[in-house]
Structures are given as C-alpha cells and as structure tokens.
Design a protein around this ligand. Structure first.
Ligand code: CP
Length: 298
C-alpha cells in the first residue's frame, strides 16, 4: 500500500489484516517495531483533536519522528500551496504526510503527483472520506460483536455532511455487514447512498440495532438552507435513554467525536455503560499504528 486515501481502495482481506494488526499492537503494548528512518508530518488545514494526536502518538510508538505543521503559523499563511509544503518537507526527508483538508479529493490528487516518493494518509477531506475513522470504528465493533454478517448498524444524524458516514458505508459493504440504517431528517439525508437504507424514522432505523453511531451536527458545513430547528431535531433524532429502547438491549453506542453533549446525544448515554466512545479514541492510536506500518514496512 503506497497511500491510505479511501476505504474503496482496500479489499476485505486488507481491512481485516489492518484491524488484526491494530488489535495485536493493542494487546502487546510494548516492543513495537522501529520505523525510525521514516518521518511523519501532520498537516491539518481543518481543526482536529483525536485524529491529529492519535496519528502523532501512533508514529511515536513506532519510533517515527513527527513534525506537526500548524496551518495557522506555517507558510500556508503566506500563500504556499499544500503541494509546495509537501515538496518542501520531502526535500528535508519527510516521507509520510497525514493530511486533513476541506477540499474533497485533495489527498488523492496530491498522491497521484508523488511518483512513489512518499505516502499520503487521508485524515479527512471535506465531506468525502475519513477512512481511518471507519477502520477504528470497525475495530471497536469487532472487539465486542465480531459477527458482521449478522449485525445491524444504525448511523443517526447529520449524514449528508459526514465523511465518517461515507467511509462507514464503504467499510460495511466491504465487510458484509448485514444491515446498515442511515437515519436522518430529509434535509440531512445523503445525496448519494453507497450502502444501506435511508429512513427518516428513528424508531424504524434503530429497531433491533446492534450498534448506534451518532453523528455530530456539523454546523461549520451547513449552508443557510440546511439548518434545521434544533428542538425539533432533538425531539425526533437525539440519542436518549428513551430512543435507545428501540435498539437491542446490548446495543453499542458510538460517536466519532467531538460530541455536542445534550444536543445529538444525551450526556448520560455518552458516558453510560453501553458507550464505546472512549474505546474508539483508544483504538484510534493502534489502528493508526497499523496504517502507518502498512505504508512504510519493507
Ligand atoms: N473524529 C474525528 O475526526 O475527530 P477530530 O476532528 O477531533 O480529529
């Protein structure tokens, strides 16, 4: 694997192998392989806590030097293009670039220009894809409910603007998840559905769900006509103790974060016994170790 851009580039075998490797890293916790000849730059042109820090920790656990380039203080402010920034860092010996950018498909476009000289990891490109999030989500689900072929996953909320929802659809299709429900008010339903069934009904979408993935309301991506009345949204779509009664009693509650507490999900649910939100964050480090290794290992 030369770049990590989209779930669609991976076969089910590759996805499973990466998840198994991440689980191995999680179980061993010490004596990780040493990839110190490779350096990683984290280039985040959109905000991030989880993805940026977990890639940095993952690289450090693999003994890879990390350069965190802050787009507010780098030469990006003087007009340098992302391509020129990457070329500059490559000239200094950096060979892995973890890129988050609002422009959809920019990581793939830049990867095409790299001529096998470096590796690009898509850490989220606009509304398009967030493949490492989907990988760590399936790792987390698989730890508890490994029989994907008999699983119902429900994704609830602002699906139209969610790169997480896109990548989840692709990974569920690749791994043969039995049912995927995409639950949203009409204004936030996906413009393109890759896998699963779309519904406006939370009751129908959550019925017998094994896993509920609650999405953040992404105010920063909404156009004026895409805002909805928040109290009405909460009444119909918020994840609460009452709405979770539609799902299976042992339903896993997940959220990619950051959480809007008591908006799309009640705090008591986010912090409750069935919440795997913090496990997702923990697993993110090991999953990203597996992704980095797959790019640089000889
Ligand atoms: N889930 C996720 O991408 O979180 P961050 O924006 O904090 O990286």
């Amino acid at each position: 694997m030369n770049h990590f851009l989209d779930i669609t580039q991976l076969s089910a075998t590759q996805i499973t192998a990466l998840i198994e490797r991440a689980l191995y890293f999680k179980q061993t916790e010490t004596n990780f392989p040493n990839y110190s000849p490779h350096s990683v730059a984290t280039l985040f042109y959109e905000t991030s806590t989880r993805t940026r820090v977990s890639f940095e920790l993952a690289a450090k656990k693999l003994s890879m030097p990390v350069i965190d380039l802050n787009s507010y203080t780098s030469s990006h402010v003087k007009g340098e293009t992302v391509e020129d920034t990457i070329k500059t860092l490559m000239a200094m010996g950096v060979d892995v670039f973890v890129l988050r950018h609002h422009e959809e498909s920019l990581p793939a476009t830049l990867a095409l220009k790299m001529e096998n000289q470096g590796h690009i990891i898509n850490a989220g490109d606009g509304r398009n894809a967030h493949p490492s999030q989907a990988m760590l989500d399936m790792m987390t689900i698989g730890e508890v409910k490994p029989d994907f072929k008999h699983l119902k996953i429900s994704i609830v909320g602002n699906i139209r603007h969610s790169r997480v929802a896109n990548s989840m659809q692709h990974i569920c299709a690749a791994l043969g998840v039995a049912k995927l429900a995409l639950v949203a008010p009409e204004i936030w339903q996906p413009q393109t559905c890759y896998f699963g069934e779309v519904t406006t009904s939370l009751q129908e979408g959550l019925a017998d769900a094994d896993v509920v993935i609650c999405l953040r309301i992404q105010n920063e991506r909404l156009h004026t006509h895409e805002f909805t009345d928040l109290p009405t949204y909460q009444q119909n779509y918020a994840i609460t103790a009452k709405t979770l009664s539609y799902a299976k009693p042992d339903v896993m509650i997940m959220h990619p974060g950051p959480i809007n507490r008591n908006i799309e999900i009640d705090s008591e649910i986010a912090d409750g016994k069935q919440s795997f939100i913090w496990r997702q964050v923990t697993n993110g480090v090991y999953m990203r170790m597996a992704i980095l290794e797959a790019l640089v290992a000889p």
